[in-house]
Design a binder for this molecule. Structure first.
Ligand SMILES: C[S@@+](CC[C@H](N)C(=O)[O-])C[C@H]1O[C@@H](n2cnc3c(N)ncnc32)[C@H](O)[C@@H]1O
Length: 247
């Protein structure tokens, strides 16, 4: 698709305004009806700068294709240690057990209400849920794979509804890059970092890290917008890698 066609596909300001109002109305309704939505707001207020995505949407088997791909890439490792960073109420960790029956699974979450929900899940002796601090994550590592899915982002629907062309104030690149660095440090040699639904490109954050993209057929254009290091929208959506290996 050329640039002119991309421009034609962009929503009009009126359509965007309507989408933004709908989003706001939905948020108010959620806050009134859902304890989970209220816990997101509280976590944002309590943990502020440490939070990446502050919405906790998740569902079982959300990334089947990436889970299967990782399964293939880890085939040589028995009992791998796997971290789900930003595990919400444990949906991702429970799904991962289906793909990695022998693994030690660790879920890290910043929202204390969700962390309590994780700990109420049916017992699994090879699974741990931890508060998301570098020390508690490191205590169970190093990891053969780390999933950071829909974490290194911030309300992407709001970004679109408000037609943001620069997100530096909304979600700074430095915060994203610090998150990638933290996870890179938790990987075992040869370990994999899998990132999906980020607002920035991992490729832009790893110049001084021992991480390289794994070239796979699944590498494709990002389905949603990506932004450069200055927070400016990249148009059209760029080609991205989703899996990176620690050298
Ligand atoms: C959209 S959910 C993604 C859940 C799951 N990974 C998935 O993709 O289905 C984002 C989660 O990341 C959590 N989160 C945000 N910042 C975090 C941080 N610094 N450490 C750990 N979790 C964080 C949020 O509380 C939320 O539960």
């Amino acid at each position: 698709m050329n640039r002119a066609m991309e421009r034609d596909r962009r929503p009009t300001p009126l359509a965007r305004r309507a989408a933004w109002l709908k989003l706001r109305a939905g948020r108010v309704r959620d806050l009134m009806l859902s304890g989970r939505a209220r816990s997101e707001l509280w976590t944002r207020w309590r943990h502020g700068a440490a939070v990446h995505q502050d919405v906790s949407l998740s569902f079982p088997d959300r990334y089947a294709a990436l889970f299967r791909l990782t399964q293939r890439l880890l085939a040589g490792r028995s009992a791998p240690r796997i971290l789900s960073y930003g595990c919400a109420a444990g949906e991702e960790v429970v799904s991962l057990r289906g793909y990695f029956p022998e693994a030690v699974l660790v879920g890290a979450e910043i929202n204390p209400v969700l962390l309590r929900a994780c700990r109420r899940l049916p017992a699994d002796p090879q699974r741990h849920f931890v508060k998301s601090t570098p020390e508690r994550i490191a205590a169970h590592g190093p990891y053969d794979a780390i999933f950071a899915m829909a974490v290194f982002t911030r309300r992407p629907h709001e970004v679109e509804a408000r037609g943001m062309h620069n997100i530096a104030a909304h979600y700074p690149f430095a915060h994203f890059a610090a998150g990638i660095r933290l996870l890179a440090e938790q990987l075992a040699p040869g370990g994999l970092l899998i990132v999906e639904h980020a607002l920035y490109r991992v490729e832009d954050a790893i110049a001084d890290l021992p991480l390289e993209p794994v070239m796979i057929a699944g590498n494709a254009r990002a389905k949603h917008a990506r932004f450069d290091r200055d927070g400016n929208r990249i148009e059209p959506n760029p080609q991205i890698s989703r899996i990176f290996r620690r050298r």
